[in-house]
Design a protein around this ligand. Sequence first.
Ligand SMILES: [Zn+2]
Ligand SMILES: [Zn+2]
Length: 399
Amino acid sequence: MKAVVYKGPKKVEVKDVENPKISKPTDAIIRITSSAICGSDLHMYDGETTFESGRTLGHEPMGVVEEVGDAVQLVKPGDRVVMPFNIACGFCLNCIQGMTNACLTLNREQPGAAYGYVDMGPYEGGQAEYVLVPFADWACLKLPGEPGDEFEDDFVLLADIFPTSYYSTELAHVSAGKAVAVFGAGPVGLLAAYSSVLKGAGEVYIVDDSDERLKRAESIGAIPINTDDGDPAQQIMEMRQNNKNLMESLRLGEEKTLGVDSAIDAVGFQAYDRENPNQEKRNQVLMDIANVINAGGHVGLIGVYPKENPAADNEDEKQGNIMFPLGKLWEKGITIGMGQTPVKQLHVFLRNLIFDGKAKPSFIVSDRISIEDAPQIYSQFDKRDTVVKPVIKFGAAAK
Ligand SMILES: [Zn+2]
Ligand SMILES: [Zn+2]
């Protein structure tokens, strides 16, 4: 079968690799119809992680069950399914508490496993014609309809970024009427803003330097903040100061709280230095968030921070140690939530929002490609501009 294989920094190739085989009775094999490329695949593509050359990428696959092991009960060949990017057993201590992002049995090195991902175990990725799904009864979420139908591009986003984005709003305690700032208008940032809108947030600001991406954010009711126009924290506070209704209804002292109640970092460790945009500045977003968050506010760090970065230019950052404005955050009494999403907790409910017509996350999908075009789309996506969310299509979904 064909698969997208990592071959070193800035290099992926489409290779013929062996088809996966059922090796445990709890396994299933899925024939892929859509497989999305993730912003977090770019961290590996850029060579900024310890991901091994020769491995298949991809942790956002969906498709049709091709074959199941003898112990699989809930799905059968022909069923249309999507799996969380997390691979989990469903029965370990962490799994039974819902922390399926930190499964204790499927990765020798550390808690948590995933398809085709650095540090997440030996599992092959899903940017391929077929993928092996361990513990299929736990993993497979059944989907209505047919491959290539009107929901195909919405359902594929259930593998990772719709749940991940929604989870970031949970980490940041987004709820009705709150002011929210989302940093990064990539796929996760856009869907974090969208999830905030779905939850009834008052003002949803979204920060980026790409007009193209900010335009997409505006289309769902978010307020664009372009970092080319200066310090984003300053811009947000000025906008709030210019809100006549807000200013006329302040309580005594409330003018000190013209930042936001919730902030989401959907950028992670590959943030650009605003003063020097050709360079990365690991803590740029963390610094901006510390400035814009109100006292007592909540922050969700959903953009990736890896525990090792071989491409970093100093020893601390090579070890994943990043300077953090702890004093400012402490003084404001900020709560920070972070980490990988336990997708399964949200899976059923977000799927139902889609088929009930309440959510249409596919507004972010920008490119639908064949697997042969993967190397080219990786290099365009790496510019983090007009390619927002590319999806590889197979079979009926390609038409
Ligand atoms: Zn992803
Ligand atoms: Zn487990």
